[in-house]
Ligand binder design. Structure first.
Ligand SMILES: Cc1cc2nc3c(=O)[nH]c(=O)nc-3n(C[C@H](O)[C@H](O)[C@H](O)COP(=O)(O)OP(=O)(O)OC[C@H]3O[C@@H](n4cnc5c(N)ncnc54)[C@H](O)[C@@H]3O)c2cc1C
Length: 421
């Protein structure tokens, strides 16, 4: 690894974080002609929340968890260990502050406003992703077969029809479909066809491996002279609160323990769930709290009914994406702090759910489990733009849709920094 030394060249922008958001930001900044350095504490890109997510590029998933029907459901689930959304109260004022704001975002007018913002950003982002994929010839087990939401509960389905019609007004092509059409789109659902009451299908949505994309885009960045400092931890900022300026960042080399000060003209915070605690040190209070999610990845080698189309089971908050010869099943959320420990009850619940719908989709007995901390805002709308400091920019808090909104968010913040937007 490159030793941590004071940079010899002028840096235009330091991007803090090499997840899907940070790498996209660096890429678009380099396309603006900027010299960029990316910092991450991990040994490579996309090794935290962007590592094994659900894989969906889903404009159709723009309805946030904070919606009018959510508070009652969460209350009902409070004591269920395998609940799709689980709240574990802690002695943590930031958790309670987040929850209060989340309840406010469940009001119908707030939910509508948030859906509109998310549909707009996600649609823009999907187009940017398509452009980058074509231009840079990046392959990441992508599939462009759309996303199908299916429902086994009539009330959930009726609510989905309302939401789909609302989204259509803002350009999301989410069509309501009956059971016969559902089976045409995804024949692998035949096993549970009797339980399904309806669905929605968004043919322009996509899926693909977010981690693979992040790694490939980081390679493109390297070719464009972006520098990456891995195993390098951001430990603090050098700042002038009165002048509202960041004059440097303190970085610790994890191998040697040495700390150095790096400086650049601008800084972008793309630190996922850790953005909030790190920024509090300089008086910026972002309402981001980690929403822990789970995924399982199973080999589909020799399997007979793995779904080819990316799917969403809204009731159980699970999504399914075929990534090459692996089936990824991901979802559920637990508001319980920063631990990424695996809870066996929740792991089992995902396996059993997947097995019941797709009994022969893959090798469930050898499922690989993972958890990640979604950087969740109460509204699921991210923070993108300038902070209280003139040269400190935010690109963080993408919650359930960081993969979907990453490419567009990177372009937007890079253009803001370059004074174009
Ligand atoms: C189970 C699950 C399923 C999901 N499914 C989908 C999906 O289908 N579609 C979708 O669009 N989104 C999905 N998401 C959400 C998506 O994965 C996230 O929104 C996205 O990965 C967030 O990216 P990020 O770059 O902000 O955060 P991260 O990927 O966590 O990147 C932040 C980076 O900052 C680094 N970092 C943190 N602190 C420091 C420090 N002090 N110093 C240096 N580096 C630091 C970390 O190492 C990390 O690499 C899912 C998430 C989960 C958990």
């Amino acid at each position: 690894m490159r030793p941590l030394t004071t940079p010899t060249k002028d840096i235009d922008t330091i991007v803090l974080g090499a997840g899907i958001i940070g790498v996209n930001t660096a890429y678009w900044l380099s396309r603006q002609g900027q010299s960029v350095v990316v910092i991450d504490r991990q040994p490579g890109p996309g090794l935290e929340t962007s590592f094994a997510n659900g894989g969906q590029i889903s404009v159709s998933h723009a309805e946030p968890w904070a919606n009018p029907s959510a508070p009652v459901k969460v209350l009902k689930w409070l004591t269920k260990k395998d609940a799709p959304l689980l709240y574990r109260p802690r002695v943590d004022p930031y958790q309670w502050w987040w929850l209060l704001q989340w309840l406010l975002e469940c009001l119908p007018n707030r939910t509508h406003r948030n859906i509109v913002q998310i549909v707009n950003l996600a649609t823009y982002s999907r187009t940017q992703l398509q452009e980058v994929r074509k231009r840079e010839r990046i392959h990441y087990d992508q599939r462009t077969l759309g996303i199908l939401h299916f429902y086994r509960d009539l009330r959930e389905f009726e609510n989905a029809i309302e939401v789909a019609e609302f989204m259509q007004r803002y350009g999301c092509h989410r069509q309501v479909v009956g059971t016969r059409r559902i089976l045409e789109i995804e024949p692998a659902l035949a096993h549970s066809a009797g339980d399904i009451v309806g669905g929605t299908y968004t043919d322009r949505d996509e899926s693909g491996d977010a981690r693979k994309f992040t790694v490939e885009l980081a390679k493109v960045c390297l070719r464009r002279d972006v520098e990456f400092l891995y195993r390098t931890e951001l430990v603090g900022f050098d700042y002038d609160k009165g002048a509202r300026i960041i004059s440097g960042v303190y970085l610790k080399d994890r191998a040697s323990g040495r700390t150095k000060r790096y400086r650049s003209r601008n800084y972008v915070v793309a630190l996922g769930s850790y953005s909030a605690p790190l920024l509090r040190k300089i008086g910026i209070y972002l309402n981001i709290y980690p929403a822990k999610g789970y995924s399982i990845t199973v080999s589909t080698a020799g399997a007979t009914n793995a779904p080819r189309v990316s799917l969403t089971d809204d009731q159980y908050k699970l999504v399914y994406s075929l990534l090459g010869d692996r089936l990824r099943v991901a979802g559920t959320a637990e508001l319980s702090g920063y631990s990424t420990a695996l809870n066996p009850v929740r792991c089992r619940a995902i396996v059993e759910n997947a097995r019941s719908i797709f009994p022969a989709a893959g090798d469930y007995d050898r499922a690989v489990f993972w958890t990640g901390l979604r950087p969740a805002t109460p509204s699921n709308v991210p923070y993108i733009g300038r902070s209280d400091y003139l040269n400190l920019w935010l690109n963080t808090g993408h919650g359930t849709l960081g993969w979907t909104m990453g490419c567009g968010s990177g372009r937007i913040v890079s253009e803001q920094i370059s004074g174009k937007r």
